[in-house]
Design a protein around this ligand. Structure first.
Ligand code: ATP
Ligand code: MG
Length: 332
């Protein structure tokens, strides 16, 4: 209560000091490499955790380390945007109710909306069906300096299409649909992602790994909780029938398409606080790998800014007019 009267800056200061003091010795470091699938590895989803499997302090993560991670992402994103040479693509795939939407909301929503775009890929429209499967994905790619977050992606075209034989009901020429079609698509996806990476658009792919029990509870919650009713879909209940097939196909697809430069991460998704923290750390790593920097200013401009800074600090009322007099010829 006392702090509330103290003004904004001080409240923030107190919060920071509190965080450092309370969580100084707390365990907050996690190893995200254990969730990363190495190129060439054959994985089985059953062997990956759906629960937090590292020794971390939940309260310290929620109240201190996660907000800090978000600040770190913010700064890196500002640099990515200012530099405007690389674009980052983040793909999220998962079984229904694994928490894609809420992960996106918590990890990305505080970022500058000018430079971050979320695109959700639903069942293809008629227009989309009239094109190759990458057409709509290509249209949604981020520009240089931006982060594109894909809520579902081209990976639906090797997963749901396969579970429900959609490719045969589609408009692909029948003579091009051989039994190797899925291997062909894996190859196309690897090539496409390599191409993007070689052009300054790295991709990081995240599979939110939820357990079958947790999915049941979350689907039930969509029925029981009135505020979540809008999320309920009969299709989700039906898709659960194919749980094993999905898990098998996801295991194969992740093995086939995890590349050194475009890796898959299999992130435990039964506990939302942990999922968000792991995803935030993955995003930080992806941005650090790009190592974006604010554009370097010329010595001339730096010297000029230094002069302007002195002018502002001198408290001169007519400082803007004085700056005009000091402007470089190229700025006039
Ligand atoms: P939520 O978690 O809120 O349910 P969602 O991503 O499942 O989010 P929905 O609108 O419920 O969103 O479902 C989108 C549906 O579109 C999914 O069932 C998905 O499999 C399907 N879909 C996406 N891409 C394709 C595709 N290329 N071909 C066929 N179906 C697709
Ligand atoms: Mg759904």
């Amino acid at each position: 209560m006392e702090n509330e009267t103290k003004g904004k800056t001080e409240v923030n200061d107190v919060k920071e000091i509190k965080g450092v003091k309370d969580y100084k010795d707390a365990k907050i470091k996690i190893d995200i490499d254990r969730y990363r699938v190495k190129e060439g590895d054959t994985i089985n989803l059953k062997k990956f955790a759906t629960y937090c499997d590292q020794d971390v302090d939940k309260s310290a993560v929620k109240n201190y380390a996660f907000p800090q991670a978000l600040d770190e992402i913010s700064l890196l994103q500002a640099k990515l945007f200012a530099q405007s040479t690389y674009g980052l693509i983040i793909v999220l795939q998962a079984m229904d109710a694994a928490g894609k939407d809420s992960t996106i909301k918590h990890v990305f929503s505080h970022l500058d909306p000018n430079g971050v775009h979320v695109v959700s890929f639903k069942q293809p429209t008629e227009e989309e069906k009239d094109h190759d499967y990458m057409w709509r994905i290509n249209k949604a790619l981020p520009r240089r300096g931006d982060i594109g977050v894909f809520n579902r992606s081209h990976y639906e075209d090797v997963i749901v299409s396969r579970v429900h034989n959609l490719i045969e009901q589609g408009k692909m020429p029948k003579n091009l649909i051989s039994k190797d079609i899925w291997d062909i698509r894996y190859r196309q996806i690897r090539d496409w992602e390599t191409y993007l990476n070689e052009n300054g658009f790295p991709i990081v792919k995240i599979f939110l790994h939820v357990s079958k029990d947790e999915q049941r509870d979350r689907l039930a919650e969509r029925i029981l909780n009135k505020q979540k009713n809008w999320k309920f879909s009969m299709a989700d209940i039906n898709e659960r029938r194919y749980w094993d097939r999905y898990q098998e196909l996801y295991s194969e697809m992740i093995s086939e398409t995890s590349l050194k430069e475009a890796p898959w991460y299999i992130v435990p998704a039964d506990q939302k606080w942990y999922t968000r923290y792991v995803v935030a750390q993955i995003v930080i790593k992806a941005l650090k790998d790009i190592a974006p920097k604010f554009p370097e200013m010329s010595k001339e401009i730096k010297d000029q800014l230094e002069e302007f800074r002195k002018l502002i600090e001198s408290g001169s009322v007519g400082m803007i007019e004085e700056m005009q007099d000091m402007m470089l010829p190229s700025d006039k």
